[in-house]
Design a protein around this ligand. Sequence first.
Ligand code: SF4
Ligand code: ZN
Length: 305
Amino acid sequence: MKCSKCGNPNVIIKKEQSGQYLCKDCFIESIEKKAIKTVRKEKMLDKGDKVLVALSGGKDSVTVLEVLDSFRKLNIIDLCAVTIDEGIAGYRQEGVDIAIRHAERLGIEHRIVSFKDEFGITLDEIMNSNPSKGSCTYCGVFRRAILNKAARDMGATKIATGQNLDDEVQGILMNYLEGNIDNLTKLGPKTTSKSEKFTVKIKPLREIPEHEIGLYVVAKELEVHFAGCPYAQQSFRGEVSQLINNLSENHPTIKYSTLRGYDKIREVVKEEFKKEYTVSRCERCGEPSANKLCRACVFLEEFGR
Ligand code: SF4
Ligand code: ZN
């Protein structure tokens, strides 16, 4: 088999969507082109943006950093990064170290913020205290709070996260299966918050399947943290992911079609289910919130913090 683009006999992948066979160089180029095309199509960036990358050191965030760095090199945007240490023993530190090395390599401003410093409690402590919700619920809320605050402190105008096609399709299906239409309307390439107190979030990798991102970092010899979070398997997301991957075996383009279908109805659903609420400030921490207390503070009260 030869590369469908350049004829190189050393093919490393058959692309599920296009059926093309690609060699290493053409594959790397295809991933970068695809992400750049998504960024342009969805108008994710404006000239002069300072983009904060949520850099965990995992394959997705390192790829986002790499893609956005091409816009930085063209002087279209400026970049900075934040690494969040949730406090997961034996797991997080390696990612933090890798994130530090990438930020140094590119010479970008980088901060590390821990749950412990910010909220006085680690994710491990939360999970050992018989919590009412799953790990990812707390983790997601605390992480969003940290990112939003860091973006403000660092003067960032956008926050870029590493959600890939698999993540996005899991989110669509999970919210649909749970009947959570409010959350369903919040998915998409770019968050549009009613309040300027929340920094706009963008997802440059949302059209690229997870396994292709894994292959991209290997092909490009980028250092990444490959270990999975020890809490990931306990989650509903893990079950939904399994379901979609099983379906993909006989229906290889099902992730793309799910995303395409969602993108077609997204604006209609958003318009139909839009909620009118005003964003004020959390009475406890002062962060923007639609309720008296923000979700992070509601959770912190559960743990007596
Ligand atoms: Fe947090 Fe869940 Fe991701 Fe682990 S899998 S880092 S607990 S969101
Ligand atoms: Zn609060």
